[in-house]
Every structure is written in structure tokens, then in C-alpha cells.
Design a protein around this ligand. Structure first.
Ligand SMILES: *Cc1c(COP(=O)(O)O)cnc(C)c1O
Length: 394
């Protein structure tokens, strides 16, 4: 058995205090459970914030990592390596896209997509077509342009000025029709299911109208599926349930099974204006992460897993609704697949702490919203075990 390293007392003092960390130290994971340094088990409804789709200690993932570690780790993008080429080809086969760019995180993927949209818009229409529009409630990352596209005043205020030419508009087709000037707007970005913004499933009719509008005005439509993509909603990509395709899509969180990796998927016309030297990153799409991601992609694209997420996800939603009815503590419920948000009257952080004390890890998505993102491999029995704890602590 591996040696467990336990953080020395006060070891956190050297870490920049950017996170409100829970007062437990996690040392081990198995299946859909995590264990702290005292040996206490926690059922995991967080999946490392939608990263650990396959749970913990997965045999196939472990083998893929060991095999990848026996190969090249990194050689830079100055040379060809097979795993990144194979992963890109698989993503193209499985999606609307014709080309793929790899990077190292979600925010980086969105920043890349913004650059690609601007170059495409400049080339096709003109130099004034540079604006990027995001929606009310959006979360697209913490870098300067992705933060400008993120609707959280407290995240933004200390860091102004943010990247220019990025604005936030209501999730309303009439408002968007006014704002989407074909001469000045390069792109609209949206999450088909807003994650951090409270688990809001965008209305399919709204997204279809926006798709028609953006097409008509030559505005690139970008879907940020960093949280809702790769199986989380019960289809490989959330857009499959909307009946429309984007021009670009960004992926990250679960893509490489917990290793850092992001991707931008592009349609042909946008890809065709990008030339060597236009964008780049040292680590993006390296052979180690790409090999691991190839394994994860096959696993989350497996129809058996996807139908489990779809069926057990809607069952999970029914159970959450029933808990709301029995406890009277739930004000609203939103979600699909293994991605649910539950509004409660009391501060969500208090519920998270009580759940943790009772052996269940859950997330928030705003001050009064609980968020549940179980590993996609979680069985109904384990989901039920978590639901029972949730009902008790509510
Ligand atoms: C997490 C997330 C991001 C940012 O990803 P990082 O890897 O943290 O930079 C962007 N968009 C969405 C929808 C996310 O959930």
C-alpha cells in the first residue's frame, strides 16, 4: 500500500489563502468515496468539481496513466506526437468540430476561443468586429478575458480593468437581438447548463433562436461545456440535447481524468483562418495527458455509461424533488443528468458543513444553492445513500 503523507500541523500557512478549504485533509479515494487522515469515509457528490467522472482508483484509468508514464511525458509542440493527434481525431469524430486545439485549463480554453473568434471575425467581416458577449449568470474562468465574461461582481471588482470588448447580456433573445451588431460582435459564449451560476439549464428554444440569430449575423457561437460536457448531462455533449451545434466548444474539467487539460473544438471556417504562430502553449496536448484523456474520452462516450447518467440522473432529480416535498426546505430544483442545483433558504455553506460532518461531500453554486455533481460511475445505491444523508441534515 502507498505511504500516506500527512500534512504537518499549520502546513497550510504557506499556501496563499485563496480558498475556503474544508477542515478535513483527504488522503485516499476508492470508488465514489474519499477518506480523510483520520480514516473517516465521505461519499462524494462533488467529483472534484465535475472532474472525477470515473471516481477514485479506477482500474482502467490507473492502467492508462501507468502506460502513459512509460512513454514520453513532454517534447513541446515543435514535434509531432501520436496521442494528441489521436485524441483530436476522436473528438472530431464524436462532435460537430473539424479541428481541435489543446491547452491546460478551462479558462485557457475560453481565452483561446475568444482569440480564434476575433481573428475569424476580423478576416471575414472587418477590424471592428471584436466584441464578445456572455450571458447573465455565466462563469467562464478567472483570467482577464474569461473573467470579463464571468458574471460575478466580487470576482471581478478587485482586478479591473478586465479585458475590453467583453460584456454580459441578459438571457433574453430580444435583448440579444438588440446587442448583436453584425459589424462589431465577434462571438457569443454560453454554458448550455450554467454551472457556477446556480445550475441553470438554458431553455432549448432560447438557444435555438440564438443559434439562428448568430448565424444570420455572422457571430461565432461558443458553447462552454467545461462543466456540463463529456457525459455529465447524459449525452457526451450537452448541445446534443439542444438540437443545435456551436461554432466552437470548450472542454476541460474531466477531460484528462484529473490531470490538467483543456481543449477548444472549432468548426471548419474558424479553423481555416488560424495559421502557425497565431496562438500556442508549452504544455498543451502533450503525450502524457493526451494518452490519459484518450482513455477517459472512450469511457465517458460509452453508451452504457451515458444511459446510466441519463436514467439515474432523472431518478436522482425525482428523489431530490421528493426530499423538497417532505422537508419543506427546498425552494427550487434545477438540473439534469448528474448535475443538479437546489435552492435552500439557509446559507448553502451551512448545509455543506452539516453534510460533511454526516459523511457526504456536496458543493454550492451561489449563497443559497446546493450543487450535486457525483462521479458519473456512481450507482443508484450510492446515490440513494447520499440522498438519505441529505434529507437527514436538511
Ligand atoms: C470550471 C469552469 C471554467 C474554468 O475552468 P478552469 O480550469 O478552472 O480554468 C470555465 N467554464 C466553466 C463552465 C467551468 O465550470
Amino acid at each position: 500500500m502507498a505511504i500516506l503523507t500527512t500534512a504537518a500541523p499549520m502546513a497550510t500557512e504557506a499556501l496563499l489563502g485563496l480558498y475556503k478549504r474544508a477542515p478535513i485533509e483527504l488522503v485516499r479515494g476508492e470508488g465514489v468515496e474519499l477518506f480523510d487522515a483520520e480514516g473517516r469515509a465521505y461519499l462524494d457528490f462533488t467529483a472534484g468539481i465535475a472532474v472525477n467522472a470515473l471516481g477514485y482508483g479506477d482500474e482502467g484509468l490507473r492502467e492508462a496513466i501507468h502506460a502513459a508514464a512509460d512513454g514520453l511525458l513532454h517534447v513541446s509542440n515543435l514535434f509531432r506526437t501520436a496521442p494528441g493527434e489521436q485524441l483530436a481525431a476522436r473528438l472530431v469524430e464524436l462532435s460537430f468540430a473539424e479541428k481541435v486545439f489543446f491547452c491546460n485549463s478551462g479558462a485557457e480554453a475560453n481565452e483561446g476561443a475568444f482569440k480564434f473568434a476575433r481573428k475569424w471575425a476580423r478576416n471575414t467581416v472587418g477590424a471592428a468586429k471584436t466584441d464578445i458577449i456572455a450571458l447573465r449568470g455565466a462563469f467562464h474562468g478567472r483570467l482577464f478575458a474569461s473573467l470579463a465574461a464571468t458574471d460575478r461582481p466580487s470576482y471581478r471588482a478587485p482586478f479591473r480593468p478586465l479585458a475590453g470588448g467583453v460584456s454580459i447580456v441578459e438571457r433574453d433573445i430580444d435583448d440579444l437581438a438588440i446587442v448583436l451588431d453584425p459589424e462589431t460582435v465577434a462571438a457569443v459564449i454560453l454554458e448550455p447548463v450554467q454551472g457556477e451560476g446556480g445550475v441553470r439549464v438554458l431553455d432549448a428554444g432560447f438557444v435555438r433562436e440564438l443559434r439562428a440569430l448568430t448565424k444570420e449575423r455572422q457571430v461565432a457561437l461558443i458553447f462552454d461545456e467545461i462543466q456540463c460536457g463529456l457525459g455529465r448531462t447524459g449525452t457526451l455533449f450537452a448541445y446534443e440535447q439542444l438540437g443545435v451545434e456551436p461554432d466552437m466548444m470548450t472542454l476541460a474539467k474531466p477531460l484528462a481524468g484529473g490531470l490538467p487539460m483543456g481543449a477548444v473544438l472549432l468548426n471548419g471556417p474558424i479553423a481555416s483562418v488560424m495559421n502557425a504562430g497565431d496562438h500556442g502553449t508549452t504544455f498543451g496536448g502533450g503525450p502524457f495527458v493526451a494518452s490519459v484523456a484518450l482513455h477517459v474520452l472512450e469511457r465517458v462516450a460509452d453508451p452504457t455509461l451515458l444511459s446510466h447518467v441519463k436514467a439515474s440522473g432523472s431518478w436522482f432529480g425525482d428523489q431530490l424533488r421528493a426530499i423538497g416535498g417532505r422537508t419543506g426546505r427546498v425552494r427550487a430544483l434545477r438540473g439534469l443528468g448528474f448535475m443538479w442545483g437546489m435552492d435552500v433558504s439557509e446559507p448553502a455553506g451551512d448545509v455543506v458543513a452539516r453534510a460533511r460532518d454526516a459523511g457526504l461531500l456536496i458543493l454550492t453554486a451561489g449563497d443559497h444553492t446546493l450543487r450535486f455533481l457525483p462521479p458519473l460511475v456512481m450507482s443508484r445505491e450510492d446515490l440513494q445513500r447520499g440522498l438519505t444523508i441529505l434529507e437527514q441534515i436538511l
